[in-house]
Design a protein around this ligand. Structure first.
Ligand SMILES: Cc1ncc(COP(=O)(O)O)c(C=O)c1O
Length: 1019
């Protein structure tokens, strides 16, 4: 029996009314039920035998109770609490589980059963309203082929790998990224492309930095076309202001570029904000004649049929790959593409994949030109990109491969023809159009000046019909056709326009679909005539079976968490539970445009608000922004927040940022990008910040001190005893304390930046809160701050403007950055609950200390805390082996033969390995890793004692790939078995084979190839 509200809605025949009625009928009752379910499940009076049994708490942490007590006894301890007390200084250890935080309106939840948490989130997700979306503005509905979603997006073998620093066991995703770069180069017709940036708007800022750097800072004005997307303009304005670059918004066709000698670069967009397609060739040459560089933002799909930026002469091309199969996901994650001319490749931001060869001359892939990056250049870097969007880049190239050049062209042409039909039809309805019939790609823009309805009124009518248009200003609206638009959708859309303006004739008569002669073609001068994506990889994998095998073949080449522990210190490779990952691909989340009215995104808003509250609890802070798309962007956002606070409180002279010597490379790079002045603080012999040097520097700069950037526990893996004193010294000298949250997984539930006394921190949701690394991104780097900094947090020109003008501006295109993956962190916290979060942290410390205890008689441990314990990670020294010719790289590569990924190499101390097991590994895996490391130590001893040849030994020749081990000839002084199966467990658990032997990095950089040459045969 239908309710009265539903009956009325059905009879009204309004789609939107029906949707609303259905939603309230279903969700009011079911969410009430949900609350009751939760109460019953968490009621302590009800015997546990009656409660759900699928708790993540029992699944996320590796060691079980028996293993835990075994591990503790190896360390001579009787309880986990005892270990925690020996690790975390008493002055900052929170004994009672969580301090009340009045700023967070909700406490951290009790842990929920996985199925219950999923059902709850589905209800929340259901509050998002899925209207037909034609908003465009850089985000469009797409169709990702299911074979890619199922085998990549939802596949831990793809999403749990790390940035491919260990190239020999990352050949699958490196090859995929090379195809991605090739696709971008082919579509843009530029010479080199990187392996992705964070989003389109921040890519524009990177273009601005690059133009500025290419003039060595001598020109300090950046010009942007006023017809670029507003979110792109907003972000560039924020980032340019920080480094003292002036942004001019102009009409490029009118502007006199020659009159201003301070212009370092110019950004223009094609098609522009109003949907107009341009041939910028003459303009670009004119601008370049004045010495300025030109960056063109392009719609990737349009490049299948529109003259590409490279052929127009652009110096840089950038944009978003979102419409290559990626969900809109309320703003992200999406890969931004970035390409440039060969001459400028060394100035290009982000990671670049290049081709090289291994010891046997086999073609192999690895990260190229690493010396450009922040971890080497530090404060001299012109970009702080570390985590980018590797997984999203790979997803978009798989979309490109599946469709191939012909398929992409077909999609582009269909979109364009529909837009032209719409344009033509609206003209017959007597609408005034901003766009010209033959110069549009996918967007039709309507000028409403003098019309009976303004833009807001038009949007309201359309919303009522279940359709979202875009309001450009009070008298201009637009709509953008996309891959998912059907002829029926088009008819519905045009009907509403017709209805508003008064029906002239039946639509079928006006909109002829059988004969398209009335649709004008684009002029030859703007049409793309050059071929693209002719490489065989783009022209051979079009059936589902081929695609499945292609993806599987790549996957087999990579070591991910599906294979073994990845003990990367500072990178935190904890398990991402499957039920945490599932909601991310629900259409209720993927199909929401970032610029829909907030009421249409009620589900997102609810999840975001809860997540923010949980993060306030964990950090002990008062406000959170989820905008930054990576840890490094979080750093930059945090520093800009502090800077803005001082600026608006009459202390804009406070610009000195103290950073300890041991800091991650992103810290100094972010400091410079925030326009602050870097002063380095020394570390003492124990790896701690030198309190004496810190005091001296803080006092020396007391009048100009802005902040200290500190990682805690330190990048040396130690909880420094002096942390509270360090905080006090900074505050006493007028500065703020910014905590780099990369190591928050050693704090959660046991202490917090707020409790320690810091003012701001970023969190890496992709390290600490279950979001996997995706082979180098996506990431989410929210920042949390104390109350006094809250008014200065990021805003968004389109959705969350800041009328008071206090906000720092924006550091990502969408207000909630990569909102589409926040569900992972949300599920992590909902399923683990406050007990689980604390337990995860304690077990991360347990696993790390257990490994250290087992390994310390074989390797020198570089730093420990006051009571001889390490935090969640520790560093072992490889420098003593150098005199026998063995390096940290040899040990890292040899671990591959044992089936493990290497620990972090040479960070923060050169010649060392930093090991972080995480809480997710069980005792069996930890012991196997120890056995491998001990066996390697014995191999080093064999070299040391001369039993093994200094040059021909398993360490120097590692890794050993299958082709070499099974070759007819074997020239080494040790056996094949020793090479490939040095310990019994390797046979028992199944061998993971690297597919290449050691890769020659120098060769690859000297002979740089960053695209797949057409003469190479892929198959
Ligand atoms: C200590 C530290 N800070 C900052 C970062 C940068 O984070 P992201 O890679 O998300 O930009 C890292 C990443 O490894 C890190 O280890």
């Amino acid at each position: 029996m239908l309710s009265k509200a539903l009956r009325t809605a059905v009879s009204s025949r309004s789609q939107a009314a029906l949707f609303k009625a259905l939603q309230s009928a279903y969700f009011t009752s079911s969410s009430e039920l949900g609350v009751k379910h939760e109460e019953l499940e968490t009621n302590p009076k009800i015997p546990s035998v009656l409660k759900a049994s699928d708790f993540m708490l029992n699944r996320h942490v590796g060691p079980n109770a028996e293993e835990e007590s075994k591990m503790l006894s190896v360390m001579g301890l009787s309880s986990l609490d005892q270990l925690v007390e020996q690790t975390i200084p008493a002055s900052i250890l929170i004994k009672e589980h969580y301090l009340e935080n009045p700023s967070a309106s909700r406490p951290l939840p009790e842990s929920k059963a996985e199925s219950l948490a999923l059902a709850n989130l589905r209800k929340i997700a259901g509050k998002n309203q899925l209207l037909k979306t034609y908003i465009g503005c850089g985000y469009n509905p797409t169709i990702m082929p299911s074979v890619i979603t199922r085998n990549v997006t939802e596949n831990p073998a793809w999403y749990t790998s790390y940035t491919p620093y260990q190239a020999e066991i990352s050949q699958g995703r490196l090859e995929a990224l090379l195809h991605y770069q090739t696709m971008i180069i082919e579509l843009t017709k530029m010479d080199v492309a990187n392996a992705s940036l964070l989003d389109e708007a921040s890519a524009a800022a990177e273009a601005m930095y690059m133009c500025h750097a290419m003039h060595d800072g001598a020109r300090n004005t950046f010009v942007m076309s006023k017809d670029m997307f507003p979110q792109v303009i907003g972000l560039v304005q924020t980032r340019a202001k920080a480094i003292g670059v002036k942004v001019l918004l102009v009409d490029p066709a009118e502007f006199d570029f020659a009159a201003n000698k301070d212009i370092c670069g110019v950004a223009i967009q094609n098609p522009d904000n109003l949907g107009r397609v341009h041939d910028y060739t003459d303009l670009i040459h004119k601008i370049q004649g004045t010495g300025a560089f030109v960056a063109v933002s392009a719609d990737l799909l349009s490049l299948a049929m529109v003259k590409p930026p490279g052929e127009m002469g652009a110096d840089i091309a950038f944009g978003s790959t979102q419409r290559f199969g990626l969900g809109m996901s309320y703003g992200g994650p999406h890969a931004a593409f970035f390409a440039t001319k060969d001459d400028f490749k060394r100035k290009m931001p982000g990671r670049i994949v290049g081709i090289s060869k291994d010891t046997q001359g086999r073609r192999s892939y690895r990260l190229a030109l690493g010396t450009r990056e922040q971890h080497i250049k530090r404060e001299k870097a012109t970009s702080n990109i570390c985590t980018a969007q590797a997984l999203l880049a790979n997803l978009s190239v798989f979309y490109g491969i599946y469709h191939g050049p012909n398929g992409l062209l077909r999609i582009a042409e269909r979109v364009q023809k529909m837009a032209q039909i719409a344009q033509h039809t609206l003209k017959t309805f007597k609408y005034n159009l901003v766009t010209a019939d033959d110069m549009i790609f996918d967007t039709v823009t309507v000028d409403l000046r003098g019309f009976k309805k303004n833009a807001s009124e038009m949007l309201a009518v359309f919303e009522n019909h279940g359709i979202n248009l875009r309001k450009i200003d009070d008298t201009t609206v637009s709509f953008t056709i996309n891959e998912t638009t059907t002829l029926g959708d088009l008819q519905e859309l045009l009907h509403v326009f017709d209805e508003i303006n008064g029906t002239i004739e039946p639509l079928e008569k006006i909109m002829s679909l059988e004969n398209l002669d009335y649709v004008k073609d684009m002029p030859e001068s703007i049409k793309r005539t050059s071929k693209f994506m002719q490489q065989d990889v783009f022209n051979a994998i079009h059936s589902e079976t081929q695609m499945l095998r292609f993806l599987y073949k790549l996957q087999l080449k990579d070591l991910s968490l599906a294979t073994a522990m990845i003990p990367l210190g500072s990178c935190t490779m904890k398990a991402s539970g499957a039920s945490m990952m599932m909601p991310m691909t629900w259409p209720e989340f993927t199909e929401i445009h970032p610029f829909v009215p907030k009421n249409q995104a009620a589900g997102y808003q609810e999840m975001i608000s809860k997540l923010k509250d949980y993060l306030k609890h964990v950090t002990g802070f008062d406000a959170v922004t989820l905008q930054p798309n990576s840890g490094a962007q979080g750093e930059l956002t945090g520093l800009l927040t502090i800077k803005r606070y001082f600026e608006l409180n009459g202390q804009s002279h406070r610009k000195v940022c103290l950073i300890p010597h041991s800091a991650h490379g992103t810290n100094p790079a972010s400091c410079i990008l925030a326009g602050l002045e870097l002063v380095t603080v020394k570390c003492d012999a124990h790896g701690n910040v030198s309190l004496a040097d810190l005091k001296a520097k803080a006092e020396q700069y007391k009048d100009t001190l802005c902040c200290l950037m500190i990682t805690y526990p330190s990048t040396h893996g130690v909880f420094e005893e002096d942390i509270k004193r360090i905080v006090d010294v900074i505050h006493a000298n007028g500065g703020q304390v910014y905590m780099d949250g990369a190591n928050m997984n050693a704090q959660c539930g046991l202490t917090s930046p707020g409790y320690i006394g810091a003012d701001a921190c970023h969190l890496n949701l992709h390290k600490t809160f279950g979001i996997p690394h995706g082979g180098g991104g996506p990431g989410v780097g929210p920042i949390a701050v104390k109350k006094h900094l809250a008014p200065y947090l990021p805003s968004n020109l389109v959705t969350d403007p800041d009328p008071e003008g206090k906000s720092l501006g924006s550091t990502a295109a969408a207000q909630n950055g990569s909102a589409g993956i926040l569900s992972i962190a949300f599920m992590y916290l909902e399923t683990l609950g406050k007990e689980g979060v604390r337990s995860a942290t304690s077990h991360a410390i347990l696993n790390s200390n257990y490994l250290m205890t087992r390994l310390k008689s074989y390797y020198k441990v570089v730093f420990t805390g006051a009571k001889g314990r390490c935090g969640h990670e520790f560093i072992i020294d490889m420098r003593p082996f150098k005199k026998f010719g063995v390096t940290e790289e040899d040990v890292a590569k040899r671990l591959m033969d044992y089936g493990f990924h290497a620990p972090t190499m040479s960070f923060p101390v050169v010649g060392t390995l930093m090991i972080e097991p995480t809480e997710s590994e069980d005792l069996g895996e930890l012991d196997r890793f120890c056995d491998a490391m001990i066996s390697i130590r014995n191999e080093i001893k064999e070299v040391e004692t001369g039993k093994m040849d200094k040059h021909d030994n398993p360490l120097k020749n590692a890794p050993h790939c299958m082709e070499d081990v099974t070759a007819t000839t074997w020239k080494h002084s040790y056996t094949r078995e020793k090479a490939a199966y040095p310990l019994a467990y390797i046979k028992a658990r199944g061998k993971f084979w690297p597919t290449v032997s050691r890769i020659n990095n120098l060769y690859g950089d000297k002979n740089l190839i960053t695209k797949f040459p057409s003469e190479y045969k892929y198959l």
